[in-house]
Design a protein around this ligand. Sequence first.
Ligand SMILES: C[S@@+](CC[C@H](N)C(=O)[O-])C[C@H]1O[C@@H](n2cnc3c(N)ncnc32)[C@H](O)[C@@H]1O
Length: 293
Amino acid sequence: MPWIQLRLQANEETAEKYSDWLSAAGAQAVTFIDAQDTPIYEPLPGDEVIYWANTVVMGLFDAAHDMDKVISYLKSIHPDKAEMAYKLEQLEDKDWEREWMDNFHPMKFGERLWICPSWREVPDPEAVNVMLDPGLAFGTGTHPTTALCLTWLDGLDLTGKTVVDFGCGSGILSLAALKLGAKKVIGIDIDPQALQASLENAKRNGCEDRLELYLPKDQPSLKADVVVANILAGPLKELAPTIIEFVGDNGLLALSGVLENQAPELQTIYGQWCAMDPIQVQDEWVRLSGVRS
Ligand SMILES: C[S@@+](CC[C@H](N)C(=O)[O-])C[C@H]1O[C@@H](n2cnc3c(N)ncnc32)[C@H](O)[C@@H]1O
């Protein structure tokens, strides 16, 4: 089906309001992009969504929609009628789902590990292959924060090890650890949907009997050989005492979801308990790691 996209220039105060207006005008989907390409990260449950200072709100309309009416409607409620900055774009008639699937390829991390979508041929059947399709929970391998953790896990000898995956999302790191030889993984997430996604993905990979999943309120107390936490700098800071409790003596720890300018503070906090390695950077994201001393 052909589509028309209406782009409205907004800012952090107006973005939410414009999104409501576009939905009320009949948009089938509304998305936000940052005009300056600042990275977005998912908000924590219960947190307010932070919009960029220079946001574009985009409404997707079926091409048969009367866009003159939409524009008149928006102008009728816009405080600066004449000044309302917008752009209409005709989107090519493509099978968008097909196009998206065509663009999602198996990805290799480190020396041995591949994340493979189910509709593609596995490039190396002898490699460590995690079968994973994008779903509702975060974690496909395309985000640098996940990639940094996958590469780290690939570089470890996980044979027989117990691993904690704090903020497991889709379960991508848990599954990678299990396929790389871990005896058991404990996945923890604040979002029940993430736990469900992790379980389903574990079943697809035949690993569900070695994966335990918990909401934070039910998390067990244990010492793991390896702990990985890809959440945001804020929770990594707040939850430092909780996360560190999972790391056994000489256990390994990796933290991700941290921007470069947030790394020094976290290095200091976790440096209280661990001998920290130099940080690893991918795009503007960093991974911190260390050994509990
Ligand atoms: C960036 S995703 C990481 C997903 C996956 N581990 C990966 O590396 O791609 C962060 C996950 O942490 C979860 N999360 C956020 N805050 C949390 C908290 N305080 N306790 C447990 N999980 C949390 C979110 O629900 C989300 O699934």
